[in-house]
Design a protein around this ligand. Structure first.
Ligand code: ADP
Ligand code: MG
Length: 592
C-alpha cells in the first residue's frame, strides 16, 4: 500500500514559511523588496509590539490589478522570472515567488493594491493563507500589506521569537540598511504609532548616510569609486583612524542587496594591511554592482548569501581600490559632507572627544603601571579602599599566600615564594583577575566610584546597539559610568569609572556592546554582570607583558591577588600562576 502522499498546499506553504519568514524583520525585508521591485519611491513601515502583532508596509509602486492580486498570494507566483534562464541573471530583489504566500500562510494578511490601469483597487483578507474576503476599494495606485498576528498558527515558531525590543531593533536596522542601498527612495518607519525616522529621498548615498545613524562616521569616510572589468565598487570606507574590534561596522551590498560575506570582509581588511592594529576591523559601506549574470543569489532562501563568479578577481579589485585610497596620503577629514546639507535642520550633536593632551598622555603612559598606595589613587586595584576587615569567606585551601617576593623575569613574570615552593606569576593575567573581581565587587556595592568627564561624549548608536545599551545600562552605571539618554538612539557619557582613565571614548562603549552582542543571547543577571566585568577588565588599564615593575608594584600586585576569591585563573580561564613545588625541585635534583 502506498504510504507517500503529496502534501496539501496549506502545509507546504507553512513549511516554506519557515525558511523565508524567520521573524518580523524578515517579513519587513521581503515586503520592502517587493515595494522596491515595484519601483516605489516612497515606502513606509509601521509596526506594533516589535512587529509581532502588526506590520504594515505601504508603497507607491506600480501596484497590481485584481487578477494579479489574486495570484500573488499563491505559492510560486512571480512576475519577475519566466524561464529557467532568468534565474541566472536576476535584476530584481525577489524572484522566488514565495514571500507573499509564505507570509500569508502564517498570519492574518490584508492586501490592498491598485495599478494604474484600474479605476478602483482590490482588497483581500486572508487568514493562514485562506482567502476570506475580496472586494473593491478606492485607493491610490500602490500596494499596502498588513500582516497581523504573525505565527498565530505556528505556536512553536512564535515561541522562538525574541522580545519586542529586540525585534524592533532588527526591523529598524534592516530598514536603515535597505535605505542605504536605495538613497533615492523615501523611507518612513513608525513604531507603536510614533515615528522613529523619516528619510526623505536623497540624491546621493552620502546624503542618505547623513540621515541615518551612520552619520557619525561622516568625517572619517573616504569615498570609494572604481569600476573595472564589469564590476563597479562605490561607497565609503573609514580611514584607519576609526575601527572596530569586530566586523559589525561593515555593510556590503551586491546589486543593492545587503549581503553577508566573509571573503569580501577579508578583501577589505587586506586593503588595510599594516594600517590597523591586530584585532581591529575597518568601518565601511560598500556597494558592488556586478553583472547579474555573474551573481548567483539563489543559494539561500533569504538571499542573504550570494555566489560570485570569478570571485577572486572581484576581491582583488576591492582590496586594490581600498589600498589605493588609503595610501593616497593624508586621510584627515577628506569627506566633509558634514551637516551642510540642510542648514535649517538640526541634527544630533556630533560625537566630541577630549582634545589630545600630549603632555598628559605621556605622563599617563609612564604612570600606567605604577601602583599607588591603597586608597590613594583610583586604579582598579584600589577600588576597594583600605584592607578588607575580614578575609573573604572561602576555603582556606583555595588561597594563595606569598611568603616572599623574589623578582621579575622577562619583564612579564613575577617570581615569588610560597609555603609549597616557587610560583611564577603572569603579571597581566594576575592584574586582570584583580580588576575583574574589583569590578564585580563594585557592581554588588551600591556606590560605584565615578569620575566626571571633562568633555562628555555624545554617542549615536545603531538600533541594536541602543537596545543592548538599555539592557546593560544598570550594569554600566553600576561600574561607574555616567550615561544619559538624550533622545532616540543618542546617549551622553559624562562620567566613567576611575580605572578607565583617559581611555574613555565612544568606541569603548560600542566595542563593549558588540562584544556582548557576539556572546550568547539569553543571560541571567548574574551572567550579565560576569560577562560585563570580563569585557571591562580586558579594556581596563592593566599591566601588560613586557613592562618593568618596581619591587613595590610587584608587592602590591601580589598582595591584591592574594585577596581575590579565585586567584588561580584570569577571567578568561588562563592560569595566573604556575607552581614549582619543593618536592618537584627535590626530584629534579635527584635528592629524592
Ligand atoms: P517575488 O518577489 O519573489 O516575485 P513575492 O511572493 O514576494 O515573490 O511576490 C509575488 C508577486 O507579487 C511579485 O512577483 C509581484 O508581481 C507581486 N507583488 C508583490 N508585492 C508587490 C508590491 N508591493 N507591488 C506590486 N507588486 C507586488
Ligand atoms: Mg518578493
Amino acid at each position: 500500500m502506498g504510504i507517500i502522499r503529496i502534501l496539501p498546499e496549506h502545509l507546504t506553504n507553512k513549511i516554506a514559511a519557515g525558511e523565508v519568514v524567520e521573524r518580523p524583520s524578515s517579513v519587513v525585508k521581503e515586503l520592502m523588496e517587493n515595494a522596491l521591485d515595484a519601483q516605489a519611491s516612497r515606502i513606509s513601515v509601521d509596526i506594533k509590539h516589535g512587529g509581532k502583532s502588526f506590520i504594515k508596509v505601504a508603497d507607491n509602486g506600480t501596484g497590481m490589478d485584481r487578477a494579479d492580486a489574486e495570484l500573488c498570494i499563491k505559492s510560486h507566483t512571480t512576475s519577475k522570472i519566466r524561464e529557467l534562464e532568468d534565474i541566472f541573471s536576476i535584476a530584481s530583489l525577489g524572484f522566488r515567488g514565495e514571500a507573499l504566500s509564505s507570509i500569508a500562510a502564517v498570519s492574518r494578511l490584508t492586501l490592498k493594491t491598485r495599478d494604474r490601469s484600474q479605476e478602483v483597487g482590490t482588497e483581500m483578507h486572508l487568514i493562514g493563507g485562506r482567502v476570506e474576503s475580496l472586494r473593491e476599494i478606492g485607493i491610490p495606485v500602490g500596494t499596502t500589506i498588513e500582516v497581523a498576528d504573525l505565527f498565530f498558527n505556528t505556536p512553536a515558531r512564535k515561541k522562538f521569537l525574541k522580545g519586542e525590543k529586540s525585534e524592533y531593533a532588527a526591523i529598524a536596522e534592516i530598514i536603515t540598511t535597505t535605505g542605504l542601498a536605495h538613497p533615492g527612495v523615501a523611507f518612513k518607519f513608525a513604531r507603536d504609532n510614533e515615528t522613529v525616522f523619516d528619510y526623505p529621498p536623497s540624491s546621493h548615498l552620502q546624503e542618505r548616510i547623513l540621515q541615518t545613524h551612520y552619520r557619525e562616521w561622516d568625517t572619517h569616510l573616504l569615498p570609494l569609486d572604481t569600476a573595472q572589468g564589469g564590476i563597479s565598487i562605490r561607497g565609503y570606507i573609514a580611514g584607519a583612524g576609526i575601527s572596530r574590534t569586530n566586523r559589525t561596522a561593515q555593510l556590503f551590498f551586491i546589486n543593492r542587496r545587503p549581503i553577508k560575506s566573509l571573503p569580501l570582509s577579508y578583501a577589505l581588511q587586506r586593503g588595510y594591511d599594516g594600517l590597523l592594529a591586530q584585532g581591529h576591523f575597518p568601518v565601511a559601506i560598500i556597494l558592488l554592482d556586478i553583472d547579474p549574470a555573474l551573481v548567483d543569489v539563489n543559494v539561500h532562501p533569504t538571499k542573504r548569501e550570494v555566489k560570485l563568479q570569478d570571485e577572486r578577481s572581484i576581491l582583488e579589485v576591492l582590496t586594490h581600490a581600498v589600498r589605493k585610497l588609503l595610501l593616497r596620503g593624508n586621510h584627515a577629514p577628506s569627506l566633509s559632507f558634514a551637516y551642510a546639507l540642510d542648514k535649517n535642520k538640526k541634527y544630533f550633536p556630533r560625537a566630541s572627544e577630549a582634545p589630545p593632551e600630549a603632555g598628559r598622555k605621556k605622563e599617563a603612559a609612564r604612570d600606567m603601571f605604577r601602583y599607588p598606595e591603597v586608597g590613594k589613587d583610583a586604579l582598579p586595584v584600589d577600588l576597594r579602599a583600605g584592607e578588607p576587615d575580614a578575609p573573604p569567606a572561602y576555603d582556606r585551601q583555595n588561597r594563595l599566600e606569598i611568603k616572599a617576593l623574589l623578582g621579575q623575569i622577562g619583564l612579564s613574570y613575577i617570581l615569588a615564594e610560597t609555603e609549597e615552593g616557587l610560583i611564577i606569576l603572569d603579571q597581566h593575567a594576575a592584574h586582570e583577575r584583580i580588576v575583574f573581581e574589583d569590578i564585580l565587587t563594585t557592581l554588588e556595592s551600591s556606590a560605584p566610584v565615578s569620575q566626571p568627564l571633562l568633555f562628555p561624549l555624545t554617542l549615536e548608536l545603531s538600533f541594536r546597539e541602543a537596545q543592548l545599551l538599555e539592557e546593560y545600562l544598570t550594569i554600566l552605571t553600576g561600574t561607574g559610568f555616567g550615561i544619559r539618554h538624550l533622545g532616540k538612539n543618542t546617549y551622553c557619557v559624562d562620567a566613567t569609572p576611575p580605572w578607565l582613565e583617559n581611555r574613555a571614548s565612544g568606541d569603548f562603549i560600542r566595542d563593549f556592546l558588540h562584544e556582548i552582542m557576539e556572546g550568547k543571547a539569553e543571560r541571567s543577571l548574574h551572567e550579565r554582570r560576569e560577562e560585563s566585568a570580563k569585557i571591562l577588565a580586558c579594556k581596563a588599564r592593566t599591566v601588560k607583558a613586557n613592562e618593568r615593575l618596581s619591587q613595590e608594584e610587584m608587592a602590591h600586585l601580589v598582595k591584591r591577588l592574594e585577596k581575590t576569591k579565585r586567584p588561580f585563573t584570569c577571567p578568561h580561564g588562563r592560569p595566573t600562576f604556575i607552581t614549582l613545588t619543593l618536592d618537584d625541585l627535590d626530584k629534579q635534583f635527584k635528592r629524592k
